[in-house]
Every structure is written in C-alpha cells, then in structure tokens.
Ligand binder design. Structure first.
Ligand SMILES: Cc1cc2nc3c(=O)[nH]c(=O)nc-3n(C[C@H](O)[C@H](O)[C@H](O)COP(=O)(O)OP(=O)(O)OC[C@H]3O[C@@H](n4cnc5c(N)ncnc54)[C@H](O)[C@@H]3O)c2cc1C
Length: 388
C-alpha cells in the first residue's frame, strides 16, 4: 500500500529482517521489565537506520516520510516501544536537518548510529498543549539560559541530545517559541522520575528538568521566535504520520496473531478449528478491513504531503487519529477473538495481543491527542484559527 520503488522496498525489507531477527525476540521482555530497548535500537543503528531521513551529504539514507512510515510499520509489528523510540529519534533528526544552524557533526554521528536524539516539548504547565511552552529562555552575556520542566520525554535517559522548546525571550505572544539543541552532556539536566506506562513500556518517557542549562546562540534550530512554524510544518508531519504508521503496525500484529490463533486453535472433540466458527472468521475479516483502511488513509496522507494542497495539514492530523482509533478497535476485537491465549502474558507461546492492546492506547493520549485532533479538525472546518 505504501507504493515504494524497488530501491525503497529494499530498505523496508531490511528493516523487516532486522525486526524479525533482533527486535521481535526481545519485545516481550522489554515490555515485561519496562526496560529501554537499546539492543533493538542498536540493531537499527548498525544498519544505518538512525540516519534514515538524514541527507546523504551527511552520510544518511536521505529517505522521506513514505519509507519512514513503511519502516515504522514493520518495526511496530514486532515491538511498538522500539518503533516509538526510533520515531522520536527521526523527529529529532528532522529538526536538525532543517535547522538554521545545522549541527553537522551531530547529523553525521546519528547517520553512523552514534548519536540518539528525541523531542523534549511537553511541559507539566501546558500539559498536552505542546505548542505553548510555559518555560521561557533568558539571555545573559550572549548566552541562552534554559529552565524548564518537561513532562514525558521518550528516551529521556539514553538520548545524546534533545530538541527542546521554550518561549522566546522577546515573545509577544505565548506561541513565539524557540527550538534548541541541548546535549546530554550540557550541565543542568536531570531526569527526576521514571516511566512506568500501561503500554509502550520500553519507552522511557520520563520527566526531564533543565536548570540553568547554558548554551550558545549556535544551538538555535530556528529563526528568532519562529519555533512554532518549525514544530508544526517540519516536525509535526513526521511525528503524526510516523505515529499513524506505528498504530497500523500494532493493528497488523494483532490481525496476524488472530489469524494464527483461529487457524491453529482446535476443538479436538469436534474435529474443528476456531476458524470454523463464523463469528471468528467475521472478526478476522473486520480487523483486516479496518487495518487496511487505516493504512490506505495513511498512504493518501503521504500522497498529499508529497503534493501539498489545502487539505494536507488536516489529512496528516486525521491519519494519526484514524490510525490510533483503528488500533484500539482492532486490538480490542483481537483480544476477544484470541481468547485466553491472547489475554495471557505468559512469555512462552505469547501471542502478543494483550501487549498490542496496551501499546495501542498510547497514541490517543500522545499530543496532539485524538481528542485534540478532533477539536483542531472541527475548528479548521469551521474556519477558526487552529493554534492560539
Ligand atoms: C508513550 C508516550 C511518549 C511520549 N513521548 C514524548 C516525547 O518524546 N516528547 C514530548 O515532548 N512529549 C512526549 N509525550 C507527552 C505527550 O505528547 C503529551 O503531551 C501528553 O501525553 C499529554 O499531556 P497530558 O498527559 O498532560 O494530558 P492532558 O493535557 O492532561 O490531557 C487530559 C485529557 O484532556 C484532553 N484534552 C486536553 N486538551 C484538549 C483540547 N484542547 N481539546 C480536546 N481535548 C483536550 C486530552 O485529550 C486528554 O484526554 C509522550 C506521551 C506518551 C504517552
């Protein structure tokens, strides 16, 4: 459905191979222990995938969002936590690629699998309204001083850098933002809590505190006060479409597990399979249709991103919400269809469906949440301003 060229398909096939060989076998343990999937991330790094969307002049693969979505879909089918950590890294490298001061050394290191990044946007004070940082930079002796309480930051402990939002020192409105690159080694960064989520348990989406973190002007990623444009028009499409692809990958995993269960589950006393029950077949058909529909929607959103028009922003937002809602419905039905085995967390013989069910729920609360997307689309359709 992603309609890839043969060269693009080769990249996705390699991601699928890595997912099957290295990422999938670790997924249940990552979920059980809530540990960061560093080994899985390294498996991607070794094959150059940390540089998937980094320009080739910096050693990256120079791929766009179509390949990114197909790759994330494959990874999420095996381990949604890894897919989410990887997607946040790609959001970070997107910002660095487009930055006014391109951090060339960091881009080159990321392409070599030696630099991991993420977005540090959400703040306790503005909650899911990630586009309105409460924190505000200060300027002293030509330096920028950052103080901020970020709420849930994927890869909080293991990232080598963070793409940090804060209000511009000369802001006239609450959305005159700045985006900066902050390195893990900069003084004043701490992780004051830990992540223990219902799903995406390997994500390490922990809080992050910046106390008098002092950086140079060269760390600015955007023009003065223009962070919102970079957030919405450069990074958000990668975030939202990548999120949609992960939701679809989770749904696909649940469809495959359901198919496996009902075609292999037997009633020995009747000499029948679960698949001989019409209701079970109908459930499988329904989740197949819903997953295909969400993937087709994502492919249509990718078409409009490549050929932008008046509906592009709405399609991008829609696809995140549509895929999140699909994954929740599909995993719910898959849980019913796969009975006690689907419900079980037993590591051996685990179908993964109960993990899919929990992982699917993260997308609806990750900003912009599904509620917020409905609100934004409603506002757009009624001719109202989107972000204020
Ligand atoms: C797994 C995971 C990983 C994350 N990783 C990152 C990361 O790497 N970087 C980062 O910056 N952030 C990250 N976040 C944070 C995320 O993006 C959101 O900011 C956060 O989940 C939502 O904020 P909140 O919990 O304060 O929700 P709240 O703002 O408290 O929302 C509560 C409820 O109100 C609804 N709501 C709020 N505002 C509106 C509105 N205007 N219209 C309609 N409904 C509304 C919400 O939909 C929700 O149902 C992550 C979150 C999760 C769950």
């Amino acid at each position: 459905m992603y309609r890839l060229s043969s060269e693009q398909q080769k990249i996705v096939d390699r991601a699928k191979e890595i997912s099957e060989k290295f990422i999938g076998p670790r997924a249940a343990q990552v979920d059980k222990d809530g540990t960061y999937p560093m080994e899985s991330m390294k498996a991607l790094a070794q094959e150059g995938f940390w540089g998937l969307n980094i320009a080739s002049e910096f050693g990256g693969m120079g791929q766009g969002m179509r390949v990114m979505c197909a790759v994330l879909d494959e990874i999420a089918q095996k381990c949604a936590s890894t897919a989410m950590c990887y997607k946040m890294h790609l959001c970070g490298t997107t910002a660095y690629n487009a930055a006014v001061n391109k951090p060339v050394d960091v881009l080159r290191a990321a392409a070599k699998g030696k630099h991991l990044t993420t977005l540090a946007w959400s703040e306790f004070g503005s909650r899911g309204h990630f586009w309105v940082p409460i924190s505000q930079e200060q300027r002293r002796n030509g330096k920028i001083i950052l103080n901020a309480s970020k709420s849930m930051i994927t890869t909080a402990n293991d990232a080598d850098s963070y793409v940090v939002t804060t209000r511009w020192s000369e802001a006239k409105t609450p959305v005159d933002n700045m985006l900066y690159m902050v390195l893990k080694k900069d003084q004043g960064i701490s992780v004051p809590g830990n992540w223990d989520g219902l799903g995406m348990r390997g994500n390490d989406s922990a809080p992050l505190t910046f106390r008098d973190v002092t950086i140079g002007e060269d760390r600015a990623l955007c023009e003065p006060g223009k962070g919102l444009d970079m957030m919405l028009y450069v990074v958000l499409p990668v975030f939202a479409l990548g999120n949609a692809a992960i939701s679809i990958g989770i749904a696909e995993a649940a469809v495959k597990a359901t198919h496996f269960h009902i075609t292999n589950g037997k009633f020995q006393h009747l000499n029948q399979r679960l698949a001989d029950i019409p209701l079970e077949r109908a459930r499988l058909a329904q989740i197949r249709i819903e997953t295909d529909r969400a993937r087709a929607h994502l492919a249509a959103a990718l078409d409009t991103v490549e050929n932008p028009g008046p509906t592009t922003v709405l399609m991008v937002l829609e696809s995140k919400a549509a895929a999140a809602e699909t994954a929740i419905r599909v995993t719910d039905i898959a849980l019913l269809a796969s009975g006690g085995r689907g419900f079980s967390r037993n590591l051996s013989g685990n179908l993964g469906v109960e993990r899919n069910f929990r992982d699917a729920r993260a997308a609806q609360v990750m900003g912009p949440s599904s509620d917020m997307i409905h609100e934004l689309i409603g506002r757009a359709l009624c001719g109202m301003e989107l972000f204020s």
